[in-house]
Design a binder for this molecule. Structure first.
Ligand SMILES: [Cu+2]
Length: 495
């Protein structure tokens, strides 16, 4: 949406775009789920990813401009091993700067790929990351201040898996692409001609950009072939702002085995799981009965606190024809393929290799208020400007250090949100959620995290064991990418 169109568009956008079924170019629904190539990153030279521009047809016969890491849209899955170095070169073959942020990795600030670590067009950066953290599903994406939303939207993201020898004995399905399936879930919007559309003005900025189609690994509502047994799904919400509440259309239960930053102590039986932007979950689903299954998501409206000016409107689904009801849309289908061998028949009672966090006594408390009402905030957006969003009353500045932390000291961070809920992410570490809205949170249900959904207030226990200097500090920010780009971010050193 261009700014001059904004006022006329503002009322229409009170009803957020419907998901699925609106674009006139037809979705190539039902194509096989693409499985990103898996690259083992070891200590030897030679592993690289390059940011490139290309064209891709998401919808039938309609190509559109995309970005990707060594491929058109998204990138290979990078697998790194705990206790080893991971040597990787990141090249930039675009005409704009990029970064490679290793989301969830405990690496020093200068290797973290934040906004200060821009790789200029035509340049490359070689790094050896020292991997020492729990096995889990992490990811990587560009993180250039002011352009993260646009660059990730067009494809600069990919999965990053950490393995370790202990978790390898957890007894979970682990044959990549066969019974251990990566799923990057994103919503996108297309023009009538099938071109990717992205707006970050006005209301789209305030609520976060939302698309009207859901893609998994870049394919609309794909079908995954699975063996007749236990299958692990590694779900990443790679969307700019959409929150998903995943479940199976037939109501089958599944087991939640890992969250953002490692395994849970024991598999947890669930029928539904919510993921905010940048959150991950590993779940194990039993396909032994041979029946096909459909993964769906309830539409989750952005909760506006106190029924604010934008109301609580969600209204994501406009006539998908799905039988689940008007607020549910399909994400992917699973079909049992008898040619695939199921290696795991039962889940262990507890998960070997699950992190056992020991944060010790916290030494201090800090507060972070996620602000949407600063200065011209909401009014700016209503009149087509770029509002300043911020944290603790300040919009992000590249040359201002907001906090100076001490290496190895545990703190309690209290994060609060006005107006609407936000997913709050911290670089360089994993944390434990202590409470939400004053109610204690059970570690066995949430595991270690690097994103916390803040719908009111949340308290986290946090500690940094890696340094970050003023020239490449760590970030904390809202992971609604439009909010982050508009300044809902801060930065800190650790020494
Ligand atoms: Cu936000």
């Amino acid at each position: 949406m261009r700014r001059r169109d904004f006022l006329s568009g503002a009322l229409a956008s009170l009803a957020v775009p419907a998901l699925v079924g609106r674009a006139s170019a037809q979705a190539v629904a039902g194509q096989p789920l693409p499985i990103p190539a898996l690259i083992d990153i070891g200590e030897e030279a030679g592993s690289r990813i390059d940011a490139i521009a290309g064209r891709k047809a998401f919808l039938d016969g309609a190509e559109t401009q995309v970005l990707g890491w060594s491929q058109d849209y998204l990138g290979p899955t990078l697998r790194m091993r705990r206790g080893r170095g991971a040597r990787i070169t990141v090249g930039n073959r675009l005409e704009q700067g990029i970064t490679a942020h290793w989301h969830g990795l405990h690496v020093p600030g200068w290797q973290d790929g934040g906004p200060h670590s821009v790789i200029a067009p035509g340049r490359e950066l070689e790094q050896t990351l020292e991997i020492d953290q729990p096995a889990g599903t992490y990811w990587y994406h560009s993180h250039v201040h002011g352009r993260t939303g646009e660059q990730v939207y067009h494809g600069l993201a990919g999965l990053l898996l950490i393995d370790d020898s202990e978790a390898a004995d957890a007894g979970l399905p682990s044959d990549y692409g066969v019974d251990d399936i990566p799923m990057i879930v994103q919503d996108r919007s297309f023009s009538r001609r099938g071109e990717l559309r992205y707006d970050d003005d006005g209301m789209a900025l305030m609520q976060g950009f939302r698309g009207d189609r859901v893609l998994v690994n870049g394919a609309p509502t794909p079908v995954a072939g699975v063996p007749a047994g236990m299958v692990r799904l590694r779900l990443l919400n790679g969307s700019n702002s959409r929150v998903y509440r995943f479940r199976f259309a037939d109501g089958r239960a599944f087991h939640h085995v890992a969250s953002d930053a490692g395994l849970l102590p024991a598999p947890l039986r669930r029928t539904e799981i919510q993921l905010a932007p940048a959150e991950r979950a590993e779940v194990v689903v039993d396909f032994a009965n041979g029946h096909p299954a459909r993964l769906v998501s309830a539409d989750v409206p952005m909760p506006m606190m106190g029924g604010g000016m934008m109301g609580r409107g969600g209204m994501m689904n406009g006539g998908s024809g799905a039988s689940e009801g008007s607020d549910v849309f399909e994400v992917a289908r699973f079909e049992v393929d008898q040619g695939r061998v199921a290696r795991v028949a039962t889940l262990p009672a507890t998960l070997a290799g699950a992190p056992r966090p020991d944060f010790g006594e916290p030494l201090r408390r800090r507060s972070f208020r996620l602000d949407m009402m600063m200065g011209m905030g909401m009014m700016g957006a209503m009149f087509g400007g770029k509002p300043d969003l911020g944290i603790n009353g300040k919009s992000y500045e590249m040359d201002r250090i907001d906090q100076q932390l001490r290496l190895g000291e545990t703190e309690i961070w209290e994060i609060s949100a006005d107006m609407m809920a936000h997913p709050f992410h911290v670089h360089g570490t994993s944390f434990q959620v202590m409470s939400r809205n004053g109610r204690a949170v059970d570690h066995a249900e949430t595991g270690l995290k690097d994103v916390v959904w803040v719908d009111g207030t949340a308290e986290i226990l946090i500690r940094f064991d890696q340094p970050a200097r003023p020239d490449a500090p760590y970030m904390y920010h809202c992971h609604i990418l439009e909010h982050e780009d508009a300044g809902m971010m801060g930065q800190f050193t650790v020494s």
